[in-house]
Design a protein around this ligand. Structure first.
Ligand code: GLU
Length: 449
């Protein structure tokens, strides 16, 4: 039975790298008909954020990542599980008490000394550290990197397992839990690779079947180097607030570090579960691309019905507009939208007349184009866009105008922008005949002044 876990620390927002880990762990378990465990690693009290646990549950739910079992490490700590494991390691001779005043006795982190001075003092209280054996080799096969990795224990330091305040470090808590929860596959960030020899020793001394371990590649920023929260947009909540759909983000991160055998690009969560294969994990670091994410988002936006999309864009609408108008705009704008948040700019183009114009946006034949647009619109019922386009075409042919210029000047006259949804649709369905005439007249006045 395959059992995987997602083990976030509730430190605030979810990094897209962590979302990726969660999706992979979920798909790996579900593909095999196994269980996906959510385990909150909240024993580092300094990094906790109120509501952190609820936020994680909410965000996983948004992505459809339903967990089968749920654990919280602080509750397990209160039940004495980690203290008991640490005690057992000491009594078995694999760990020792330490009372160094040094930082590493109290906190997780690297000791400056490989072999701790308290190691052979036979102390009976204090922090608990791993008694790393001399001259052994520890190794494992990484199922993501698909290679054997080994270390000489002479290069592994006596890591802190239980701090003097009784709180376990990751090295103890996560290993104890992975064994107790019968986790079969651990998927985690590449950052954990250097600590893996410590974990292999802890697993061995605690006893039981240790999980297979796989370290995922680092997502690279288009600005170079690893994706960084100081420089790049990395938090899932931020992406959702910016108007990306969960379906798009999910599909996007699936392919940052995993690839199917064919060149397929579109995956919903159930499709990914069905197609999942650990052989698809990529060894090279994937490159984050805004363009790709926008592409996926546009794709999933266009999968929505107009009614669904109208509901989805509502939080992004800052302009006063009726639901009917909004639905009309959605129907016209859908093809062009990359993000849900694009909607407000499009609404403004439709409902707010330009207060001024940017001359450079018009083409050199703007006057003649707009004069003829004005004539056509005046004579047209201006309700059916196909009919209006036909009327425009006749005028363009009659006066031998350039079709591109004709429409560009209309677009600029109505919105002061060269980028709009299909302008005849917008004009007929949303702006309306009299307002269209009014805006064209204003633009002509501006061009003549
Ligand atoms: N709590 C760890 C983290 O947030 C979990 C790493 C793991 O999956 O083992 O990075």
């Amino acid at each position: 039975m395959t059992r995987t876990r997602f083990a976030p620390s509730p430190t605030g927002y979810l990094h897209i790298g962590n979302l990726r880990t969660a999706i992979y762990a979920y798909a790996m378990a579900k593909h095999a008909g196994g269980d996906f465990i959510l385990r909150i690693e909240d024993t580092d009290q300094e990094r906790l954020v109120p509501e952190g646990v609820a936020d994680i549950k909410n965000i996983l739910t948004v992505f459809g990542l339903a967990w089968d079992e749920f654990y919280v490490q602080s509750e397990r700590k209160a039940a004495g599980l980690y203290q008991a494991a640490a005690k057992r390691l000491v009594s078995d001779g694999h760990a020792f008490y330490c009372q160094c005043a040094a930082k590493n006795a109290k906190q997780e982190g690297f000791s400056s000394q490989l072999r701790d001075p308290c190691r052979d003092q036979g102390l009976t209280s204090g922090a608990v550290k791993l008694k790393v054996p001399a001259g052994e080799t520890v190794s494992y096969h990484d199922f993501v990197l698909r290679k054997d990795v080994s270390w000489d224990t002479d290069a592994v330091y006596d890591a802190t397992l239980l701090k003097s305040d009784g709180f376990p470090t990751y090295h103890l808590a996560a290993m104890t839990d992975d064994l107790a929860m019968h986790v079969t596959h651990v998927l985690r960030g590449h950052d954990w690779l250097p600590s893996t020899p410590i974990h292999l020793l802890v697993f061995k001394y605690l006893g039981g079947d240790r999980p297979e371990i796989g370290h995922l590649s680092d997502i690279q920023s288009s600005k170079g180097g690893k994706l960084s929260k100081r420089r790049d947009a990395v938090f899932v909540e931020q992406f959702l607030q910016d108007g990306f759909l969960p379906e798009a983000l999910l599909n996007f991160v699936i392919l940052l570090g995993w690839a199917p055998k064919d060149n397929r690009e579109l995956f919903t969560l159930p499709e990914f579960v069905a197609a999942f294969d650990p052989g698809g994990f990529q060894k090279s670091n994937p490159l984050y691309s805004d363009k790709k994410l926008n592409w996926f988002n546009g794709h999933y936006i266009r999968q929505k019905t107009d009614t669904e999309l109208t509901q989805l864009v509502k939080p992004f609408v800052k302009t006063d507009i009726s639901l009917d108008k909004l639905t009309q705009i959605i129907a016209i704008a859908k093809e062009r939208m990359a993000k849900l948040s694009d909607i407000d700019g499009i609404i403004k183009q439709a409902v707010v007349a330009p207060v001024s114009y940017d001359k450079a946006l018009f083409t050199s034949d703007a006057l003649v184009c707009l004069q003829s647009v004005l004539q056509v619109v005046k004579l047209s019922p201006f309700t059916d866009p196909d009919r209006v386009n036909e009327e425009f075409k006749q005028e363009i042919d009659r006066l031998r105008l350039k079709t591109g210029d004709f429409y560009m000047n209309l677009r600029v006259a109505l919105t002061n922008s060269r980028f709009t949804p299909p302008i005849t649709e917008l004009g007929t369905a949303v702006i309306g005949k009299s307002e269209t005439l009014h805006r064209i007249e204003n633009a002509l006045e501006y061009l003549k002044s």
